[in-house]
Design a protein around this ligand. Structure first.
Ligand code: ADP
Ligand code: MG
Length: 589
């Protein structure tokens, strides 16, 4: 039987350099078997190969890098992104910009991955990573135009990245974990380029305190899980009212009615009601405070009224028993992951117990870490040792919402930062800035090494790379030198964004570094070149390392591609001229 059949759909290979007709190109791309074309791809698929594929990919990736470049550094601008349903995001955060841009082109998506990897690994330096990756590709394209093979460029780039990592280890500044001031400085640097930079002092202090509080030392290693810092935000008041709580805020109101068992009339003598409890002994229960329902439908027919009463009493007593167990353990606050029966609620209320029902599982875990309470499944097994502690548990009105504040925990391993400020978009961006600050503090606690910022490390790395390249034979040397130039794009961009002349800046920086001024960089505050160590602009070594590593990986990955085969319904097959998300450009072409 003849399996190979007629007509391979039209594979279009654009030839930039040749003048071949479409027919000729088609004939070349369709393998012929005894005069019969062989079907390989589904109809409607498209394919581009060789330099054309590479060129299109490099261009798409560069467009992405160009988009975020103007956001780099303290004088970088923000982007306003509107999604398909009209929701607005205003940010200068590299990852958020790329996430929200809803990028379609596969090579451009690799750049989005760079930002994601950077954010997941170290939490900061996303824009830096994308800018370096874009620049590495731009320089690579120049080399390809000079007939350097992509594999040579890749080899050179890899050699350069290895050297850079060694140099970084060499120039890094070790710091003491106990040096809180320096940690604040690192947090301040990451906040400098954000909308909250006016309150960077407060945010840096909060970030350092929060991370120090949740850090746990085990076998000489410090574990810091950023998820243990809860961030709550609510429009209203000002950014300066943002605070750190030794406890948590649960976005739920109390189920209890606010009665106090010892009150005479309406006057509360102990100042503690079931909506505000001092010296809170907290029970965390993850089963329902209700009578268990049968798993199957059942009907009980009661014909005798006395039996009816007995039945009701039984239910009543079972709920009372449950509540009594909780009270016997000494709890005056109950957070329940499931429902609470109205009758049980009534009994708890009578004893002035603060209750919240239908809690989220993650909030229960956070409460357990913050208060030291154990999450109890069988209410009948609850013991005093299972209870946690907080100075106060209170329901408060925040704007138009009621929230439960759990404060004054002793040595909590989960804390909460409560962000206040102007509008919704403003506090969303404040949250992203705080996330970056928390991450950089975590980075320096885990790896106590920093470098000065302002482009100083990149210029030094470029200088040493050029020296190293001189000792490398072959065309790889050109790739290593290109890598050096790509790194210099960071100080150049910082200068450009600050309105300085990039050429003058880079020439002066190179000179300073040649003269041994290791930390000479672009000081945005003074709009001059300064010693960035003296200017107290520090970044975690991990952030710079990761940015260079992620950028190199992305660039080499794109450079290795020489064939793009896209199925008929893939985003690659968007007709020429279709929107790319970037006005006036079409990376598919
Ligand atoms: P990223 O997403 O890469 O972290 P940022 O917008 O946060 O991008 O900018 C980080 C860059 O800004 C780093 O190169 C850092 O050294 C630089 N930077 C931060 N503060 C200053 C400052 N005061 N002077 C000069 N450069 C600074
Ligand atoms: Mg940053």
């Amino acid at each position: 039987m003849r399996i190979l059949n007629v007509i391979l759909h039209k594979i279009y290979i654009p030839h930039r350099s040749s003048n071949r007709s479409e027919k000729e190109i088609y004939d070349m791309s369709v393998p012929q078997l005894a005069g019969t074309p062989v079907i390989v791809l589904k109809e409607g698929s498209s394919r581009s190969r060789g330099r054309d594929a590479l060129h299109a990919n490099i261009m798409a990736a560069q467009i992405v890098a160009e988009t975020v470049r103007s956001s780099l550094g303290p004088k970088g601008m923000d982007k306003m992104l509107v999604d398909s349903v009209g929701d607005l995001t205003i940010t200068s955060d590299g990852r958020t910009i790329l996430d929200e841009m809803d990028i379609q082109h596969p090579a451009a998506k690799i750049m989005v991955e760079v930002a994601k990897a950077q954010d997941d690994m170290v939490g900061d330096g996303t824009t830096t990573a994308v800018v370096i990756a874009g620049e590495l590709l731009r320089k690579a394209e120049n080399l390809l135009d000079q007939s350097v093979h992509p594999t040579t460029v890749i080899k050179g780039y890899r050699q350069a990245a290895e050297t850079v990592l060694k140099v970084l280890d060499d120039i890094a500044i070790p710091i003491e974990r106990s040096n809180e001031e320096l940690m604040k400085t690192v947090a301040r640097t990451s906040l400098y380029s954000k909308i909250v930079s006016g309150e960077r002092e407060l945010f840096a202090k909060i970030a350092v305190q929060a991370i120090k509080q949740i850090a746990e030392e085990k076998d000489g290693k410090v574990n810091v899980d950023i998820d243990h810092v809860q961030i709550q935000k609510k429009e209203g008041e000002s950014l300066g009212e943002t605070s750190l709580l030794n406890g948590l805020i649960i976005g739920k109101e109390a189920a209890s009615s606010g009665t106090c068992p010892t009150c005479v009339g309406n006057v509360c003598e102990i100042g503690s009601t079931s909506k505000s409890v001092k010296d809170a002994k907290i029970a965390l229960i993850n089963s329902a405070l209700e009578i268990k329902k049968t798993e199957f439908d059942a009907k009980i027919r009661i014909s005798d009224p006395t039996k009816m009463k007995l039945f009701m009493d039984k239910e009543h007593n079972m709920l009372k028993d449950m509540v009594q167990k909780i009270l016997d353990a000494g709890a005056n606050v109950v957070f329940c992951q499931k429902g609470i029966d109205d009758l049980a609620q009534h009994f708890l209320d009578n004893h002035g117990v603060y209750t919240v029902r239908n809690m989220k599982e993650e909030d229960m875990e956070k409460l357990s870490r913050a208060t030291g309470a154990k999450i109890v499944t069988r209410i009948h097994d609850i013991e005093p040792a299972d209870l946690g502690y907080a100075g106060t548990v209170e329901e408060r009105d925040v704007g138009d919402e009621k929230m439960t504040f759990v404060e004054g925990c002793k040595n909590p391993k989960s804390v909460c930062i409560f962000i206040r400020g102007g509008g919704e978009h403003f506090i969303d961006e404040a949250e992203r800035a705080l996330h970056d600050a928390l991450c950089v503090v975590r980075n320096v606690i885990q790896d106590s090494r920093v470098v000065a910022g302002g482009g100083a490390p990149e210029v030094e790395l470029a200088r040493r790379l050029r020296k190293y390249a001189d000792g490398v034979g072959g065309k790889e040397q050109l790739a290593i030198k290109s890598f050096a130039e790509a790194l210099e794009r960071i100080p150049i961009t910082l200068a450009e964004n600050a309105g300085l002349k990039p050429i003058d800046v880079i020439v002066a920086l190179r000179k300073n570094h040649d003269e041994g001024r290791l930390w000479s960089g672009v000081n945005i505050a003074s709009k001059k070149l300064s010693d960035m160590e003296e200017a107290q602009v520090y970044e975690p070594l991990k952030v710079v390392r990761q940015a260079i590593m992620s950028a190199t990986e992305a660039a080499t990955m794109i450079l290795r591609i020489d064939d793009v085969i896209a199925s008929s319904n893939s985003s690659m097959n968007v007709p020429p001229g279709a929107s790319t998300g970037v006005p006036g450009t079409n990376p598919y072409m």
